[in-house]
Design a protein around this ligand. Structure first.
Ligand SMILES: CC(C)(COP(=O)(O)OP(=O)(O)OC[C@H]1O[C@@H](n2cnc3c(N)ncnc32)[C@H](O)[C@@H]1OP(=O)(O)O)[C@@H](O)C(=O)NCCC(=O)NCCS
Length: 150
């Protein structure tokens, strides 16, 4: 069985994280990892960027935002970005990353994590549903807001 590890985004994995591939059709649901890296750079006190290693190979990227003071409740403890390499999808990498972020949120005193995503055929709705997220609202742009109680 392969070993999954979550590590901080660092000089040694940033290039691999930034070149993670997606399956055809998925690009429209997630901004490039480079956007998250830039966001993490300008929001160092709240951003939580992490890389998933499978047998020491970079297979995923997840970024949380932890800001109890955020004006919008859905940005207080949330998944800002997640993506798993095309070849590594479908065997638990995404679940591992979300549950690790949930552990971090719990240890910081949050009682739920939220995520905002676009509904649609190749989108992540079924994934978040399987993890246990429930829809709690919709943004003015028609995106789904979902939450996972911790
Ligand atoms: C969404 C994403 C992160 C899922 O990662 P993953 O590693 O493939 O997911 P997992 O293998 O951990 O799947 C966990 C569960 O969700 C289910 N699942 C995952 N993707 C699914 C899909 N497209 N349709 C139905 N079920 C799905 C799995 O079957 C699994 O179910 P199980 O608990 O019954 O075994 C990945 O597909 C991805 O990177 N997508 C593109 C980027 C994206 O859309 N990001 C979200 C933006 S907010």
């Amino acid at each position: 069985m392969s070993e999954l590890k979550l590590v901080e985004l660092s000089a040694s994995n940033i290039v691999a994280a930034n070149t993670l591939t997606l399956k055809p059709g998925q690009e429209q649901y997630v901004a490039p990892v480079s956007h998250s890296i830039a966001e993490a750079y300008v929001n160092p006190s709240t951003a939580w960027p992490r890389v998933v290693l499978e047998d020491d190979e970079v297979v995923g990227f997840i970024m949380g935002n932890f800001d109890p003071e955020a004006a919008e409740v859905e940005f207080r403890g949330c998944i800002w970005r997640i993506n798993v390499a095309a070849d590594a999808q479908g065997h638990g990498v995404g679940r591992f990353a979300v549950l690790a972020l949930a552990d971090e949120a719990r240890s910081r005193g949050f009682d739920r994590i939220t995520v905002i995503f676009e509904p649609g055929e190749d989108g992540p709705a079924a994934f978040f549903d399987r993890i246990g997220f429930e829809t709690i609202g919709e943004t003015p742009y028609g995106e789904t807001i979902a939450a996972l109680p911790l």
